[in-house]
Design a protein. Structure first.
Length: 408
């Protein structure tokens, strides 16, 4: 919330409308790092949590396997992300500054992916506070550097520069304070078994992550391609205001995810359900309060520069309701994934694709007036579909870790 708020306030002051469009387009393209993840980091945390309560594989085996996986992703996936970004950016720009900013941004995201793998292992150990400290430090430093570099550069170069400085600082700090023994203890049948199990789950989570990307982050690049950087800047700024509010609200769910995984691994299912219900209630109330504050300021402060750079129309209500649905979906997904299950892949992919298709129709038919109606409809479909899976698999009535053996 703090990091997002920094550039949301400064961009309208120091960047042009077109540069604002490039800024949020780079951010949306950079979110393809989620496709490098594909749920990998969540699986690292889950497997290490199970390892630390004496189930399945040992921590050394989990580390040995996931380090190899992480290195392959950095070596092969991030270059593909860079190439896709170059191709999309070239439709509306030939600026050297834009492409230099993009390659710097991709390198920075790869460093963060490397760092977050270590933190996922740490969370699996139960050292949640230490992990959150490092993540908080990353975005605190990124906020500080954003203030400096946006004012100094007054170009989109501030985006990769600020995040890079923060990532490098936290990386070297964590290198000294967090260490894991990496060796080659995993071999033979154990390696084969873990590999088969891990790859099966990645295949299932990949659909969820692809769907999640195209359903939310895919909006800004699509607007960039069809309507140009000025329009993508308005859409990107509006979307990121709501993403910032959602992220702030989701703290009440994200912060308990490692505890939920540990409780499920221990078979303490009722405790996990109670914790999720409390977290969901806090998240929903916080989100609604955040949206209310935004609407009040948009009405009484409509002459402020920031409100000249966002969409203040029916799109706000489409976004608010859509993100409300997304928070509810995430709460249900938490307990499924804690059991090393991923039944939401097809739902996420198809609902995201529907949203993107509706976005294109909306732009052709009405320009910017109904940009986020596709997001609202896809979020509603996703909520109904997720609730159906949740209730059909009887997630509300289980009372032991038997659920984890019923997995799909």
């Amino acid at each position: 919330m703090l990091y997002g708020g920094a550039f949301l306030l400064l961009i309208p002051v120091y960047l042009s409308v077109e540069d604002q469009g490039f800024w949020f387009t780079l951010m949306a393209l950079g979110a393809m790092s989620r496709l490098a993840d594909m749920g990998f980091l969540n699986l690292v945390m889950t497997y290490n949590a199970h390892a630390n309560v004496g189930k399945d594989f040992s921590e050394r085996e989990v580390i040995a396997y996931t380090v190899l996986w992480r290195n392959q992703v950095i070596k092969f996936v991030f270059p593909i992300i860079f190439i896709i970004g170059v191709l999309l950016l070239s439709f509306q720009s030939r600026s050297t500054l834009v492409f230099f900013s993009w390659i710097w941004y991709v390198v920075t995201l790869a460093i963060i992916f490397f760092l977050f793998h270590k933190l996922a292992l740490l969370e699996g150990r139960g050292e949640i506070a230490r992990s959150h400290f490092h993540k908080g430090l990353l975005y605190l430093l990124a906020t500080f550097f954003s203030f400096l570099f946006i004012i100094y550069f007054q170009t989109i170069l501030a985006l990769p520069a600020s995040l890079f400085m923060a990532a490098i600082s936290v990386y070297f700090f964590s290198k000294r304070s967090i260490s894991f023994k990496v060796d080659s203890v995993l071999s033979g049948e154990r390696r084969k078994k873990l590999g088969q199990e891990f790859k099966l789950l990645i295949k299932k989570t990949s659909l969820s992550w692809v769907g999640g990307y195209i359903g939310t982050q895919g909006i800004v690049p699509m607007v960039y391609l069809v309507l140009g950087p000025a329009a993508s800047g308005l859409v990107g700024m509006t979307l990121n205001v709501f993403v910032a509010i959602q992220n702030f609200a989701n703290v009440f769910l994200l912060s308990i995810a490692p505890n939920i995984t540990k409780l499920v691994a221990l078979g303490q299912i009722q405790e996990a359900k109670s914790m999720i219900n409390r977290g969901l209630l806090k998240a929903l109330i916080t989100f609604l309060l955040g949206v209310s504050v935004f609407l009040i300021f948009s009405i009484f402060g409509s002459n402020w520069l920031i409100f000249d750079r966002v969409l203040i129309d029916k799109n706000v209500y489409f976004l608010a309701l859509g993100f409300l649905f997304q928070i509810a979906i995430y709460s249900m997904a938490m307990i499924m994934r804690a059991c090393k299950q991923e039944p939401l892949g097809p739902m996420s992919f198809y609902s995201g694709a529907i949203g993107l298709i509706l976005l294109v129709f909306a732009m052709v038919a009405a320009g910017q007036s109904f940009i986020f109606v596709g997001f609202l409809i896809s979020s509603f479909i996703a909520l109904v579909w997720t609730a159906y899976i949740f209730y059909r698999k009887n997630f509300l009535s289980f009372s032991s870790d038997d659920l984890c053996a019923r997995g799909e």
